[in-house]
Design a protein around this ligand. Structure first.
Ligand SMILES: Nc1ncnc2c1ncn2[C@@H]1O[C@H](COP(=O)(O)OP(=O)(O)OP(=O)(O)O)[C@@H](O)[C@H]1O
Length: 297
């Protein structure tokens, strides 16, 4: 299967944070949701993909090309929505569209005006008078109006009200029906992903903890709830991570058959939500870092 984004052995070190030797392949024609706690490295990885940051080591390819030799072509084929306003604040949308349009061979002014109408944005007011949600809508309208093959977004639904968020997801779904397009976006709103992502990438402390199809995640991961006295060294080994309260526990497992065999019907087994998978894997990773013998997958 063809990849639109490929990171090979990519490392980037800041003073207090580092990404160390990561590999990541994002498949063409699918929506991939990028999740992880605050400060886990999502924006940094997106900036590396967009060449807004350069890796200390490793290789970043988009559409099979390196930025060093093909930056213009790569950027012209990407619709990029960044988590803060990258346009001049004193300009209005009419001015911005005039500046942006010539940069893209495929700019579609009719489509742009359609989005501006649909998103109820004013063309003549300066961007600085826009609310955060309006700024995000403006970025999305611009990103979608040059017929990009790949849409990369850093928290596009942040600051948007639930009604518009829903509308926007429908727009992205429409865009995806157009064969061959790919979406890669970071979010903290996992319910959005449960509705329309094909693949999920989970990052924690600059490491990719998980990259799987949403369908597989739904099938494999279960949340197990039971009485704490069922736990001992052997039974605990069937879990990725366990959260204990006084006399009960909740735990994440990837192997429902094993759990059923070990605990019979003494535990309750439910499908794990993305939030639960994220929570338990993140703390399993923390335990693993504290105790290098612990293995969570
Ligand atoms: N230019 C920089 N210089 C130094 N440190 C940086 C720089 N950019 C990011 N960091 C640090 O890298 C870490 C990861 O930040 P990043 O913005 O990638 O996280 P994130 O997962 O996008 O977070 P959030 O969900 O809160 O937006 C943070 O600790 C941040 O302070």
């Amino acid at each position: 299967m063809e990849n639109v984004i490929e990171l090979q052995g990519v490392s980037k070190k800041f003073q207090t944070f580092s990404i160390d030797n990561i590999d990541l392949q994002i498949k063409k024609g699918y929506t991939t949701g990028f999740i992880g706690a605050n400060g886990s490295g999502k924006s940094t990885i997106i900036k590396l993909i967009m060449n807004l940051l350069q890796p200390d080591r490793g290789n970043v390819k988009v559409f099979g090309m390196n930025h060093a030799n093909h930056e213009k072509e790569i950027k012209s084929r990407i619709g990029f929505v960044y988590d803060s306003n990258i346009y001049y604040e004193s300009l209005n949308l009419r001015d911005i569209s005039k500046i942006v349009a010539p940069a893209y061979k495929q700019w579609d002014n009719k489509q742009f005006n359609k989005y501006i109408d649909q998103f109820e944005l004013p063309l003549n007011k300066s961007i600085k008078s826009f609310s955060k949600g309006m700024q995000m809508k403006a970025s999305i309208a611009i990103a979608l109006s040059h017929n990009p093959e790949l849409i990369i977004m850093d928290e596009p639904t942040a600051g948007l009200d639930p009604t518009f968020r829903r509308e926007l997801l429908d727009i992205f779904q429409d865009v995806m029906i157009n064969e061959g397009k790919s979406i890669f976006f970071s979010t903290h709103t996992t319910s959005d992903l449960e509705r329309f992502a094909d693949y999920i990438v989970l990052v924690n402390k600059g490491e990719i903890l998980l990259h799987q199809s949403l369908e597989e995640l739904r099938e494999q991961y279960v949340l197990v709830k039971g009485s704490a006295d069922l736990l001992d060294r052997d039974t605990e080994s069937h879990f990725i991570n366990i959260e204990r309260s006084h006399d009960t526990f909740q735990a994440l497992s990837k192997n429902v058959e094993e759990v059923q065999k070990v605990f019979n019907n003494h535990v309750v087994i439910e499908k794990a939500s993305l939030d639960e998978i994220m929570f338990f894997m993140k703390s399993a990773h923390r335990n693993e870092l504290n105790n290098s013998n612990y293995k969570y997958s």
